[in-house]
Design a protein around this ligand. Sequence first.
Ligand code: ADP
Length: 460
Amino acid sequence: MQEESLDRCRRRLQSIPGVLCAFHSVIDGWVRLTPERLRALLDSAGVDVRALLDAPVPEEVRTVEDLLCGLLHSLTQGKALQRVIRDEAAHRWLLENLHYDRLRLGGTSANMAAAISALGVPRVVTYAHPLTHELAALFPMRDNLFVLTPEGAAHPREAARAEGLFALHWIIEYDGGLSLIYQGVELKAPRANRFIPAWNPINNQLRLNPELVQSAIAQARSFSHLMLSGYHLLSERYPDGSDFRPSVDETGSFVKGLRKANPNLRVHLECASMASASLRRYVEETIVPLVHSLGCNEVELAGLVEALGGAPPSQDILREDPVAILRGALRVAETTGVPRIHVHTLGYYLCLSADERVSWEQIQESLCFAAALAAARAQARELTDDNWAAGLDIAPSFAGQTAQRVLDPILQNRAEKVSQGVWKSGKHWIVIEPTRVVPQPKLTVGLGDTISAAAFLTGA
Ligand code: ADP
């Protein structure tokens, strides 16, 4: 990719009127797991490591065993995994036995807002509720970055009201190659990734603040794009007997209200990992039909396909096999009718688009742009307005180039090939583009959010 192509994408971002990111901004407690820290955790919990690896990953974390079960599964597969912590004792145990190295701004909405405001989108507004001084202080200070307020929008530090750490999402990152023999079992991470147990009792039902909802609808015409996320915070059931449906319905009414107030609004849903299959299914039935675009990683795609029933969760999708990823994405697109799906994996991005207004060249360019940004952020920890082009120094992934070739024979009789890694199949463009992988990333959490936001805003 040439610098001029990067510049074109950058200019496209700078010509966007306004973006609203809702509903998930939170404080992350970030910690790097080392073999010594892992050993200390396992010693302190006194668990049977083999039994935990043989057990399925629980849908929610209620005990220290659940916590370590999730961590060991994520680590030994090198796969991102997120689970909600339901019992404060498990959260407290982490505070006492691991603690965090630092607090950072997190949550899909805030991650996206931080990335795209650094790239010069003129007006980025984030839903952050409750907005404590501690959370507000973590937002970068930029003229174009705001939070939603009952009166409109304001800079986070001006809008903050409450005090305290009301929630903490643990980001337990490990390096590829981390290795420990424990109770005779080899615990080895095949690649860098992280486990995210989230303690967020205040937002675990995703009840929207009515004043903020009204405010967003009143200013709907100032937004050209809505980036939607947060469903992974929900549970299948709550202690009061209720379930996720009222919360999902409420967000659906919000999207409908915004789209009615601004029929030109383009909506992207970022699908973080939802543990419950019935929640995934319900989101697919009620929210996905309201959006123009869906973004996910391979674990989330496998979950979406599984929730549709029929085929079992595909190990091939989890292995990032491009044929399985393409089939999975087509299945979701055909069942839900969503016009665009963007799947990001470590080696490549695959985008399906049935949007007639967008050329394949623009889609391809947007994916290349996202890959350069992801590499820049993985190297530098955060994007700033002058470090994003450095990603071009990282070579395109070899696995991604192989993935482009693997699809050739599969699509030979079913699609028209228009360029390397680009096909037209029925109403869909299929575009597959290699990533740029940083060998020792400083931070991986939030990279998918950056990738999805950049590719959607410049290529949809
Ligand atoms: P999050 O939910 O934290 O935003 P995801 O799991 O959705 O993250 O996405 C992570 C993505 O980041 C991967 O699919 C891959 O494309 C990209 N990525 C991960 N590690 C690296 C790396 N070392 N260098 C470049 N890109 C990376």
